[in-house]
Ligand binder design. Structure first.
Ligand SMILES: [Zn+2]
Ligand SMILES: [Zn+2]
Length: 452
């Protein structure tokens, strides 16, 4: 099936002659207009952010990346927090949670926490240095394109910000029963989260890609339909997409539409929905105090925070752990259903819904981190000890599966019925034979807006 991305009235502008870009979210070809600093360029069809011009970014981003690498090492060396209870002291570092889960035979969870709060953030900090310092010195190093592609693609799985919220909840929960001393590791960690996010945000990905591989347009035949590479934003002609299946610039997978997108999203969403039941009914955390067992479910944990008057924190955990997973399951089901039934109403609203599912999903990991930290911090033998409960694994699986479901969903599918209807309307108007497959893209003008 050949799918045109923009099937509006042809403007006779050949794609390889214009300054343009293919929108990732709707597949439309957009003519780029000049944007000033402080402005953002949005897709005129779906409102997706296309460009955010950056100036003097290289020095700032390099300095931040250097700071992030130093902070990463030092935050992991120093004590994160020390817990004191009945004369016993327990100090933990960032990685204590990973060790505590492994000691409880929770290997999958231990690996998940290790990857999301240690391995991937370490990769990000050092990948930034590997890209930015040579760029600053105008020297190319081997493997930079592959490393940059991974950095872009792995971004949703780097969860230091979510872990930070987990740290906050844990500290408040512990403060109720024991004395918590904040160690230098935690302050360094706060700085790390801020600096690392800022470095990635102010870095001009477009400039960096242009430096690594200046050509961003690959056409097999003049005027053929262009598709965007999700990782490097290169525009690749239909004939090359079909022949290679990979971006000629960065080697990321590229398809006219993600293969089996609907089936995969539907299957992952269904699996997550099933696991959501044990995740909420079973015990997520076991707490022994002087031989007495206190078992807690996710919801009981929220109630517990509210009972202690910590309403804001209770609300945050309730939204992240209960509301977000349900909302995400509903939104993904609706998106799959709307594409399956070829709905052509409200594509802009549905694309916003899709972006929301991508944005909020990872925050549900907060409960996994809280249990991890509590397991590491509360190991006082006879006085009290926290252990992860059977709900933790299905709960983490719900978060991971819904994130994968959102990743496999191809947002361009939302626009296909809309394009088909518009194309049918144009053809009826002109009573012309169906030649839409051989027509070049008709670029639409992107819209610059003031950054808020
Ligand atoms: Zn768009
Ligand atoms: Zn690419």
């Amino acid at each position: 099936m050949t799918i045109q991305s923009a099937t509006h009235e042809p403007l006779q502008i050949i794609a390889d002659q214009c300054d343009c870009m293919v929108c990732h979210d709707c597949g439309a070809l957009q003519t780029l207009v000049p944007v000033a600093a402080g402005q953002e360029l949005l897709c005129s069809r779906c409102g997706n952010l296309l460009k955010r011009p950056a100036s003097d970014w290289l020095d700032k981003a390099t300095a931040l990346a250097l700071a992030a690498a130093i902070l990463f090492v030092s935050a992991n060396i120093y004590t994160f927090m020390t817990l004191k209870l009945a004369g016993i002291q327990q100090g933990i570092t960032i990685l204590s949670g990973v060790v505590a889960l492994a000691a409880n035979d929770r290997w999958f969870l231990s690996a998940l926490v290790l990857i999301t709060i240690f391995i991937l953030p370490a990769f990000e900090a050092f990948a930034l240095l590997y890209l930015l310092i040579p760029h600053r010195l105008r020297r190319r190093l081997p493997g930079q394109i592959t490393i940059f592609r991974w950095l872009v693609q792995l971004q949703p799985w780097i969860m230091l910000d979510v872990f930070l919220l987990g740290v906050l909840v844990t500290t408040v929960k512990l403060g109720d029963n024991a004395t918590v001393d904040v160690g230098p590791g935690m302050l360094l960690f706060f700085a790390l989260v801020l600096v690392l996010q800022l470095a990635y945000r102010i870095m001009s990905k477009d400039s960096l890609w242009t430096w690594l591989a200046p050509n961003n347009r690959y056409l097999g035949n003049a005027g053929e339909t262009l598709y965007d590479c999700h990782a490097c934003k290169a525009m690749v002609g239909l004939s090359i997409v079909e022949a290679r299946g990979h971006c000629p610039r960065c080697n990321a997978e590229i398809h006219t539409r993600t293969p089996h997108s609907l089936q995969r999203t539907a299957a992952l969403t269904a699996a997550a929905a099933i696991l959501y039941i044990p995740a909420n009914l079973l015990v997520i955390m076991k707490y022994d105090e002087l031989g007495v067992n206190y078992d807690s479910t996710i919801f009981a944990g929220v109630i517990d925070l509210a009972h202690h008057g910590l309403w804001i924190l209770a609300l945050i955990v309730f939204v992240a752990s209960v509301v977000v997973p349900v909302a995400k399951l509903l939104m993904l089901s609706f998106l799959v259903w709307s594409v399956h039934t070829r709905m052509n109403r409200g594509p802009r609203q549905r694309i916003k819904l899709y972006r929301l599912t991508e944005l909020v999903g990872r925050w549900s990991m907060v409960d996994v981190y809280v249990v991890t930290l509590l397991t590491a911090a509360v190991q006082f033998g006879i006085i009290g000890a926290v252990a992860p409960g059977p709900a933790l694994l299905p709960f983490a699986a719900v978060v991971v599966l819904t994130m994968l479901a959102a990743e496999t969903f191809d947002p361009r599918l939302i626009w296909d019925p809309v394009d088909a209807a518009a194309s049918a309307g144009v053809q009826a108007l002109h009573s012309a034979p169906d030649d839409s497959e051989s027509k070049p893209h008709s670029p639409l003008g992107a819209t610059p807006i003031e950054r808020t």
